[in-house]
Every structure is written in C-alpha cells, then in structure tokens.
Design a protein around this ligand. Structure first.
Ligand code: COA
Length: 663
C-alpha cells in the first residue's frame, strides 16, 4: 500500500498565483481539492484561471480527462473550517509573511484531523518556525512548487527540524502523484536548493558587472549562448521580477546567509524598475507585462569565460552537499528542472574542471574581498585528490573514458564497448531534419564496422529524445517528395531494427511523431520519468510515415495503436509503460547509469548469438510459425559454428566467466 493511499481530500489555503496552480495540479491528478481564500473575488478569479489553464493543457493534449470533470473535483470556499475540517493533506500558499503563516498553521492544527500533513509552499521562510505554531511539528513540511505549477516539473520537499521521515516520504510520494519530480532538502536552509544556486549566480553576474569585468549584455550572452541557459541572468531577473529577487535575497540575508547586496538590483528596485511587469528593468519592454526576448548579440560575451558566472553557484552546491542538505543528484535535478538548464550545475563543474572553478573563485574572492566567493573546502579537497571532473575521469561524477566524433547534428561517443549516438539539435527538440537522418545513418554505418563496439544507445541532447520529423521541412514539399522522405526514413528504421548489434533507445524526454517511430525501431526503450511519448501527426492532418502505423500495431495490437495514432495524445512515461510503448521507466538522474549497466550486460554476451536471436525474433514476427521455426533452427545450427560457442561451453565446464569475441 502506498503512503498516499489514504489521501483523498486536499485543501489549498490561498488562491493566488501559486495556490490556484497547485489546486489545479492536484485536481488533474485525480484528487478532490478544496481551495480557500478571504474574498469571493479571489476565488472566482482562481477558478477562472484554472479553467483557462486546463483548457490549454487539454488542447495541447497534455491532459486527457475533460475539463468539466476535473473542475468538478475543485470546491472553492470562504469558510476555512469547511475547507480544512476533513482534509488529509493541506498545502498553504498565502503571502510570504511569517506571522500570517503561523496564525494559519495554528488554526490548521486545531481544525484538521490529527493525521493530516500540513505543508507550506514558502520559498523563503523557515519551516521549523512555521511548524512551531502547531502541536504536530512532525507533520509540518515544506513543499515548494515553481511557477507556474502545472508546467514546472519540480517540487522541493523541505524537512523542518522536527519533520518526521514518514511525513517526508508521504509528501515526496504525493509530489510524484502530481506528476512532479521531488527533490529532498534535508535541512531547513533559506532558499533551499534552487534559489540558493540562482542567487549565487545573480550575485556573480552582478559583481562581474560592478567590477567592470563584463557588461550586462556580456553576462547574458554567456548565459544564453555559451552555457545554454534558457535566458540570460539579467533577462531572467526582468522576467521574474527584480523585486522578487530583491525580497528573496533580503530574506536570505536576514536569516544569516552571507550574500552580496547588489547595488544594481537595489537601484532598480528603488526606482520601481522591476522588469517585464513595469516595462523596464535591465532591458526595456515596449508594453509592460508583455515579455519580448531582448536582443543580445551572440558575440557580446566573447571575452568572458563562463566559469566566472557559474563558479559561485557551484560553490553553493558544494556547500549543500558537504552540509548534508541535498545530494548531488537532487541538486542537478533541481537546477535542470527548476531553472531549465540543459545539464545540472555539478555537470558544468565537472566539465569546466574543479581546479578551474577553484581558480575562478580565488580570483573573485581576491578581487572583491568577499567571503561569498571563497572556495568551499569540499572543492579544495577534490582538487587535492585530483578529482578534477571529466578530464581526470572523476569529479562529482565518474566518467568512463570515451572518444567523441561530432557531425553537424549528431555526436558519436565511443565508450567501448558501447557507442552512444546523441541527437544533437537541442534548440529544436532534436527535430529530425533530412540532414540529421542522413548523419544518423552514416553514424550507424561507422559503428557497424567497429568491432570494439558491441551495443548502441541512441538518445537526445537536452529535454527531448526527438519531437519528430522537422515540420519546417514539410512546408511546400510535394506529395512525391513526401513519399520519398517517408521511404528513406522507413529504410533508416529498418536499418536500426535489423542492425547487427543491439540498439537501446534511451528516451530522455519528448519522443513524439518521427521521434517515437525512431524509438520503436530499437530493441529496447528505456524511458526517463520525464519522457512524454505519442504519435501527434493526426493533429497536423497527416499520419505517421516512418513505419509507426506498422511497428506500433505490432507492439501494442491494433486497438491500442489506433488509439495512440487516432487521438494524437501524449502519454507520460508510466502510461507508456503500462501500454507497452516503453520497457522500463527510470528516474531521470539514474537514466544514463541504468542504461549503461544494461548495455554492458548485453555487451558481455556472444555478439553472433545475439544477432541470431535478433534475426530469429524480428524476421519471425513477419512470418508464420512454421517458417519462423525453420529460421530459428537454421540460426540455432549456425551458432554451433562459432568460436564463441566453444568458448561458452568451455567456460561453463571450467566454471569461469566466458570471454566472447564475436567470431
Ligand atoms: N519540427 C520542427 N521544430 C520543432 C519540432 C518539430 N517537430 N518540435 C519542436 N520544434 C521546435 C519549436 O519550433 C521550437 O523552436 P523555436 O524555439 O525556434 O520556436 C523549439 O523546438 C522548442 O519547442 P516548443 O514548442 O517551444 O517547446 P514546448 O515545450 O512549448 O513544446 C512540444 C514541446 C514537443 C509539445 C512541441 O514542440 C510540439 O508539439 N512539437 C511538435 C511535435 C509534433 O507534432 N511532431 C510530429 C511531427 S510530424
């Protein structure tokens, strides 16, 4: 029985930006939700916003249940007692005022059943202090959602001083039921993971500008183009509100976090230039409230080494690890899902080299005289021990040796005996252009001839495996050219299906349309919990053209395949697993390691017997039992002609591990 099985009614206190979003998530996840606020107008507004958002998600096929059914699970009320009296789980999302929160928690403690867990969605206030207003501090927990809750996949779950393990586990499980990735913050530190890391980044950005080392544009160009963050640092401050960062930084400083009070932010804050919402911040926005991407020239950051921008954030991550506040996986997950970075902050650290990070910090500490930039002892220790990151094979993570070959849209990583093929067009969600497909085909040819490689893994860089055929390539194309494109793409999928080495598809994110068809041609599909799969072609007025109608029907049976193709719906990883579209679902932070271990296991097996098994199964699927069996016998006989057969039998008799050569 799951820990959340007894949660039937959820109460959300506060119907503002976060509250209404959280109520929406709970409702579309199947829970009955009561939502409370102090004015009818706030409640009406919240319900309207929820309906609008649900309709949007529905039209994007991200939820399948109809909007009215989901709405029927939400009750809005001005009666606090009615809302909370039989709630099993309460999420408070009122303004960030400690006295207000304490007053609410006191009332919650009095009015909710004794088993109810009371969560606060604070981003800056101490959980422990909020919990002190109750007689059940063991059942009080931080549950920090990101804005907007329906779209942001991350929840930080924070342990107050007295929060019990059971409360933590139940809250994490509930976050998962909400379709979110939860990270554990084991100590109640201000800013938790994401805001602490972000504020260090902001303060480095600010210091770089104030010290004359870089311009605002240079910093943002480095963030956008070199680090590949979704936005520049100052651009993000404008986008989310300079006032918001100012308040969070001030709240953290008040609670004892050593943090640079940035004159740039202070000045903007005092002038009321908050960013997008006021029409002006670090950049200008012609219509206040409407975000337009600021023009930032690509070469503006040419002279700025990106390590200076991220070093302090890495330092903060080291602190979080050393103090037992968060583990490396959760820190990286939080930076990827909370901030939208293409990789975790500790992966950046390993790629820059820990020695270079330390050097940058020392330089910044020296020049600025600020404690904040002093390298954390954990980083110094790593340098001493030679754990420098990718270049030394070990940093925060370990790195097997590999060689890389880069094409325009594909990277081949030779990590003997595995070859990783990375679809590398992350800006376009790895949309499959004719160029990318021909490079993929060429990559497979190279790997085919390489006897050191026993297993192939295909995956995508960034947040998608592949969002399908490049829709831009469809514009103005003639029907005949489409037939040819379809045939060539099908040939590629056949090449993969009958490839002489096992092919694992590692679905790291969206696998849609042609992306899903590509995935279907592999021997296995291992999906991250974040993967979303589907065949959305029908929504464009077309049908799958890379054997999706054929392979999906063979895999799922005709009715399920028709459902997927006719509706064009998207399925999350667990739904896909239940239907049989993927074979395994793994948390995102363990996806690569799980896949590597599985690939290595296959790599130990006799390659020719693997090939024989593959052919017997694949060709057999296309024929009747009699012919399939005849093929099996022939291939069975053929395996007796291999040296690997002699090795396999000898090793068995000698009680040792066989070493297969593929001969
Ligand atoms: N072809 C070409 N470009 C694509 C693409 C495709 N199949 N899928 C995504 N992209 C591009 C987008 O145009 C966008 O580029 P831009 O930043 O230059 O505008 C970028 O990738 C990011 O996609 P975006 O739509 O902004 O991301 P999102 O998170 O809002 O939505 C998806 C993600 C996957 C839901 C959405 O991109 C989508 O529906 N893609 C098309 C899927 C499809 O129909 N595939 C079948 C094609 S036959």
């Amino acid at each position: 029985m799951g820990l959340t099985d007894k949660i039937h009614k959820i109460a959300v206190i506060g119907a503002g930006t976060m509250g209404h979003g959280i109520a929406e998530v709970a409702a579309y996840s199947g829970y009955n939700v009561y939502i409370y606020d102090i004015k009818q107008e706030f409640l009406d507004n919240a319900l309207n916003r929820i309906r609008w958002s649900l309709e949007k998600l529905h039209s994007k096929r991200m939820i399948r249940e109809d909007v009215a059914t989901i709405m029927s699970r939400i009750k809005a009320s001005l009666d606090f007692e009615e809302v909370v009296k039989d709630a099993d789980f309460v999420i408070e999302a009122v303004p960030e005022k400690i006295d207000l929160k304490k007053e609410i928690f006191k009332k919650l403690d009095e009015l909710t059943p004794p088993h109810a867990i009371l969560a606060t969605n604070t981003s800056s206030l101490p959980i422990t202090e909020i919990a002190s207003a109750t007689k059940r501090p063991d059942k009080v927990v931080g549950m920090h959602f990101f804005n907007p809750p329906p779209l942001m996949p991350l929840v930080e779950v924070i342990r107050g001083r007295e929060t019990s393990s059971l409360t933590m586990r139940t809250t994490i499980e509930l976050a998962k039921k909400f379709g979110k990735q939860a990270v554990t913050v084991a100590k109640d530190v201000p800013g938790f993971i994401v805001n602490r890391i972000l504020l260090r980044l902001m303060s480095s950005a600010c210091w770089l500008v104030m010290s004359g080392n870089a311009s605002i544009e240079a910093v943002d160009a480095v963030a956008r183009y070199k680090l590949k963050f979704p936005m520049g640092v100052f651009e993000l401050a404008d986008y989310s509100g300079i006032d918001v960062f100012y308040y969070v930084a001030t709240a953290m400083a008040e609670r004892g976090t050593e943090i640079y009070e940035c004159p740039l932010f202070k000045e903007k804050f005092e002038k009321g230039e908050y960013g997008v919402k006021s029409g002006k911040g670090f950049y200008e926005y012609p219509s206040p409230g409407k975000y337009v991407k600021p023009e930032i020239p690509k070469d503006a950051g040419e002279d700025l080494n990106p390590v200076y921008l991220v070093a302090s954030a890495i330092n903060e991550a080291a602190y979080l690890i050393a103090e037992g506040i968060a583990n490396k996986y959760d820190i990286d997950k939080a930076t990827m899902l909370g901030l939208g970075y293409p990789k975790g902050i500790l992966r950046y650290a390993d790629e820059f080299g820990i020695d270079n990070v330390v050097k940058a910090l020392e330089e910044m500490a020296r020049e600025s005289g600020m404690e904040e930039f002093k390298p954390h002892p954990l980083l110094m220790e790593m340098v001493e021990k030679g754990k420098l990151g990718v270049k030394s094979g070990e940093g925060f993570y370990t790195y097997p040796e590999f060689e890389e070959e880069r094409m325009e849209n594909i990277i081949i990583r030779y990590e003997k005996p595995i070859a990783w093929i990375l679809l590398n067009r992350p800006d376009k969600l790895n949309a499959l252009s004719p160029k990318l497909l021909s490079e993929l085909s060429a990559a497979l040819d190279k790997i085919e001839d390489n006897s050191d490689i026993r297993v192939v893994v295909i995956t995508g860089v960034g947040r998608a495996f592949s969002a399908g055929a490049d829709v831009n390539a469809f514009v103005g194309v003639t029907p005949f050219k489409s037939v040819i494109f379809s045939r060539r793409f099908q040939e590629l999928t056949n090449k993969i299906e009958y490839f002489t080495k096992p092919v694992i598809m590692m679905l790291n994110g969206f696998a849609l349309g042609g992306g899903m068809e590509l995935a279907l041609s592999g021997d296995f599909r291992i999906a991250s919990e974040l993967a979303m799969v589907g065949q959305p072609e029908i929504n464009l007025g077309i049908i799958p053209g890379a054997a999706g109608t054929q392979r999906l029907a063979r895999l799922l049976g005709p009715a399920k395949a028709k459902e997927v193709i006719y509706t064009g719906d998207m399925y999350n990883a667990y739904e896909a697993l239940e239907m049989g579209m993927v074979d395994k679902v793994v948390p995102p932070e363990h996806l690569e390691e799980y896949t590597r271990r599985f690939a290595l296991k296959l790599a130990e097996k006799p390659p020719l017997a693997l090939l024989a098994a593959k052919y017997a199964i694949q060709f057999g699927l296309e024929t009747d039992l009699w012919h399939g069996e005849a093929l099996e016998s022939a291939l069975f006989g053929l395996t007796f002609s291999t040296e690997d057969f002699i090795e396999g039998v000898s090793a068995f008799l000698e009680k040792r591990k066989p070493k297969f050569k593929g001969e």
